[in-house]
Design a protein. Structure first.
Length: 74
């Protein structure tokens, strides 16, 4: 039995709204687009804990790159 898109859209929207609120409360710094992509990845079988680790590693790498750029400007 196929899902009715008109029924799944409100559920998806509600899920994203809940994720945005949790993200805000936890101060994750993730924007709505990133949260939506993470949700899609998890719905497609990506392990949420592994995804969280990848995101944290990307933030660490980004911070290192920014620090190096600032040091090179001085």
């Amino acid at each position: 039995m196929a899902s009715n898109p008109k029924q799944t859209a409100p559920v998806a929207s509600e899920t994203l709204d809940l994720m945005k609120e949790m993200s805000r409360l936890l101060n994750t710094g993730l924007d709505e687009e990133t949260l939506a992509l993470c949700l899609q990845l998890c719905e497609n079988g990506v392990n949420p804990e592994a995804l969280a680790e990848v995101i944290k590693e990307m933030w660490r790498e980004s911070a290192l790159i920014k620090a190096e750029e600032e040091r090179s400007r001085k």
